[in-house]
Design a protein around this ligand. Structure first.
Ligand SMILES: Cc1cc2nc3c(=O)[nH]c(=O)nc-3n(C[C@H](O)[C@H](O)[C@H](O)COP(=O)(O)O)c2cc1C
Length: 372
């Protein structure tokens, strides 16, 4: 029997659309309003996703405040809240997360984002170089965990010094720590401190070797992690319909827009982003990088750039393939997030449920009546 899979969706706090590069004002372009994000969160909750990842960065609404506003409109959905540790005191972050657990009934997870692009980091006043940032993240996580330990926690490191750090109550449960970052120092911090190591979607062998690298580093420290992978998804009744939807996403993308994005990616300071851009090298003819794995989104957008594309059965098969490559957690999304959550939730999730890989829905669907 295969081990369980955890499926998560994504909260588009930077806005949502039917196109990869939307023109503001066009039909289908959606602001990240509380009402729209509530619709996505409620859909994810009802469809049986375990959590929603909420990104962080200048272009997004703040993840703590946005997700806290959605606690009351959801029942069991967890919030995977991304934040940059360098911008907060670790004891304050421990307190915020501890409060979040009590206000939400234990529905918070954290995604620790060390950050890579100087322009973005400088906006927030962070001028530390990359080795320093990761060293600081490692100390931050040690203090945050210490503050959750139930005992006053003392720490003296290069970046933080605290005495008696603690929170009002020990959070229940202590939020699990998710962590992305593909560079060498990122992997060492993940191996020492994270609960779940995240990668952006690459072909299975490449993704597996990333996870195995962290697994070895963690084993050397006597630790075991879980591994998660981030994909967009376009799943339909037939493969032809799914690929037509992928093509429609690309329609209207100009060669200039692709060239502009490639120039941006060439100057990236993020190893993860460099790996994403290398998958296609800017070539619109090289986008299918593995069966049902399509790199089209990454031609013009940074971050997660690959999608699982195919019939519901094909997408379920690919998820199984990645599961066998060592990934237990899948963070998925699609444009637009509300509709794609339903395509995936009603098309692929029943297949995975049937195989016993994800839990049954708390409420099975009842009869639908008609006036006859
Ligand atoms: C699944 C996943 C989600 C991420 N989310 C964010 C995010 O919301 N904001 C951000 O600035 N970086 C995000 N990142 C980027 C990393 O957290 C990290 O800052 C960056 O990759 C560091 O560069 P490195 O790969 O060179 O270590 C994410 C990475 C992964 C794998």
């Amino acid at each position: 029997m295969e081990s369980r899979i955890r499926l998560h969706w994504f909260l588009p706090t930077g806005g949502d659309s039917r196109d990869i590069l939307p023109d503001p004002g066009r039909p289908g372009v959606r602001n990240p309003s509380r009402r729209y994000l509530a619709q996505v969160a409620m859909a994810a909750d009802d469809l049986g996703f375990e959590a929603v990842l909420t990104p962080c960065g200048t272009g997004c609404e703040d993840a703590w405040i946005t997700t806290a506003s959605l606690i009351a409109v959801t029942e069991r959905l967890k919030f995977l809240v991304a934040f940059r540790p360098g911008l907060l005191s670790p004891t304050l972050a421990a307190q915020m997360a501890s409060t979040y657990q009590r206000m939400s009934g234990g529905r918070m997870l954290v995604n620790v984002v060390t950050g890579a692009e100087p322009r973005e980091l400088h906006r927030f006043g962070d001028y530390a170089d990359k080795p320093t940032r990761y060293e600081r993240t490692g100390e931050f996580l040690a203090v945050m965990r210490g503050a959750w330990s139930g005992e006053p926690f003392d720490f003296e490191g290069t970046h933080y010094r605290v005495e008696g750090a603690m929170t009002r109550e020990v959070p229940d449960p202590r939020p699990e720590i998710y962590f992305g970052g593909a560079s060498d120092p990122a992997k060492d911090v993940a191996a020492s401190q994270a609960d779940v190591y995240l990668v952006w979607g690459e072909p299975p062998e490449a993704a597996r070797s990333q996870a195995d690298d962290v697994r070895e580093r963690a084993a050397a420290r006597g630790r075991e992690l879980r591994y998660g992978i981030r994909f967009h998804v376009i799943s339909r009744n037939t493969a032809a319909e799914a690929w037509a939807a992928a093509d429609a996403l690309m329609a209207g993308i100009s060669a200039e827009a692709i060239a502009e994005a490639q120039a941006d990616f060439r100057s990236t300071m993020s190893e993860g982003q460099r790996r994403m851009a290398e998958l296609h090298g800017g070539d619109a003819g090289r986008l299918v990088i593995h069966p049902n794995v399509w790199a089209g989104i990454g031609l013009v957008r940074g971050g997660a750039g690959t999608a699982l594309v195919g019939s519901h059965e094909e997408v379920a098969d690919r998820i199984l393939e990645y599961h066998r490559a060592g990934f237990e957690e899948f963070i998925l999304s699609g444009y637009p997030h509300l509709e794609e959550a339903h395509f995936f939730g009603e098309g692929v999730m029943p297949i995975l449920r049937e195989k016993g890989l994800i839990p049954e829905l708390p409420r099975a669907s009842g009869p639908v009546f008609s006036f006859r």
